[in-house]
Design a protein around this ligand. Structure first.
Ligand SMILES: NC(=O)c1ccc[n+]([C@@H]2O[C@H](COP(=O)([O-])OP(=O)(O)OC[C@H]3O[C@@H](n4cnc5c(N)ncnc54)[C@H](O)[C@@H]3O)[C@@H](O)[C@H]2O)c1
Length: 333
């Protein structure tokens, strides 16, 4: 048996966590040779419910689950963690605008960022799932300060990539594994851009496999609206597909990327591709043999793609402006 990985999952009694926790406990995230010390964090009213989740995890008798605990105190759950999977956030209420949600969730991610910096392990890595995940990640990253480098902070756009891959495969009559290099750019929101211009289906450009007009219009809209379509059909938002995407996201960060593919990850921009430095934006990412990631360089964006990337990045700029006071306060501490 290899090492034990310490993982905190926030929002541990929510529906995404309910699908995510068994996947982690069964080894789906960290592999068959790694034991997991799982810490469940949630707000105080949910801790009794979290104890029920612990009972279910215990009842799974997972051989790799070394320990599972729950608390609403981050000093207890975040001690020496290797991974922080930040799922918890205030859900969007009726009539709530995206801007209201951003302002409402900002303080949670200020607290998270500070707690991770104070209690987390030396090499802690963070995945923000709770929406609006890009800007929440940016806030947590700012609040944590310089002790945790930029390259440890990520937000989830893998669900969008998975959705895009499945939709394109179905349209092209291809197998899922034949669709490669289909990267999501920008925000996890209705402005996200699934870049079909560099995607490959069965070894040829996507636009040679399916009609470009469909890609430019219906395909993009289908990916952008897929979350809303699931809510309309199911009455609640995506849960096990989101959990699967979190597993895929972490596994992609831990394993070398196949030479013919990329993974979509929202990371802290270094200013490349015209995305302002410091924004948390989705890019095509590759993980090298040494286990560390880099944004794929030299991806060509034609005029159409450039326009779509600029639009989603402009939204990220506006979101950062909305939380400027929170970030400024965080930096001052
Ligand atoms: N990035 C993505 O692709 C993606 C996909 C699916 C869901 N999500 C987001 O993940 C989050 C969780 O989704 P869900 O379906 O599990 O929601 P849920 O409503 O079932 O669970 C929300 C969780 O957050 C906790 N919570 C509530 N108020 C909180 C607060 N003030 N501080 C901290 N935690 C609080 C709740 O106790 C609960 O555990 C949502 O923000 C959702 O939009 C993101």
């Amino acid at each position: 048996m290899g090492k034990t990985v310490k993982v905190v999952v926030t929002g541990a009694t929510g529906q995404v966590a309910y699908a995510l926790l068994p996947r982690i406990a069964s080894g789906g995230m960290f592999g068959p040779d790694t034991e997991v010390d799982l810490r469940l964090w949630d707000i105080p009213p949910m801790i009794d419910k979290a104890k029920g989740v612990i009972m279910e995890l215990e009842d799974g008798a997972y051989p790799l689950l070394a320990r599972v605990t729950a608390s609403a105190d981050r000093a207890e759950t975040h001690g020496d963690i290797d991974w922080a999977l930040l799922v918890g956030s205030v859900p969007r209420g009726p009539g709530m605008e995206r801007g209201d949600l951003i302002r409402k969730n900002g303080p949670i991610f200020l607290e998270e960022g500070r707690a991770i910096a104070r209690h987390g392990g030396r090499d802690v890595r963070v995945v923000v799932v709770g929406n609006p995940c890009n800007t929440n990640c940016l806030i947590a990253r700012e609040a944590a300060g310089p002790s945790i480098p930029d390259d440890r902070w990520t937000a989830l756009t893998r669900l969008d990539q998975n959705r895009a891959r499945a939709l394109l495969a179905a349209k092209a009559g291809a197998r899922m594994r034949d669709v490669k290099r289909l990267a999501i750019w920008g925000n996890h929101s209705a402005t996200l851009y699934p870049d079909f211009t560099n995607a490959v289906v069965g070894g040829r450009k996507a636009a040679a496999a399916v009609d470009r007009a469909w890609l430019e219009t219906e395909f993009i809209a289908l990916v952008q609206q897929r979350g809303a379509a699931v809510i309309a059909a199911r009455g609640v938002s995506s849960a096990f597909s989101a959990a699967q995407a979190v597993v895929d996201h972490v596994r992609s960060l831990l394993t070398p990327t196949p030479a013919d593919d990329w993974a979509s990850v929202a990371v802290v921009s270094d200013g490349g591709y015209g995305v302002p430095k410091g924004l948390v934006s989705s890019f095509p990412v590759r993980v090298a043999g040494d286990g560390w990631w880099e944004v794929v360089q030299g991806v060509e964006l034609d005029a159409f793609a450039r326009g779509k990337v600029d639009a989603t990045v402009a939204e990220l700029v506006r979101e950062r402006e909305m939380v400027q006071d929170l970030i400024a306060g965080a930096a001052a501490r």
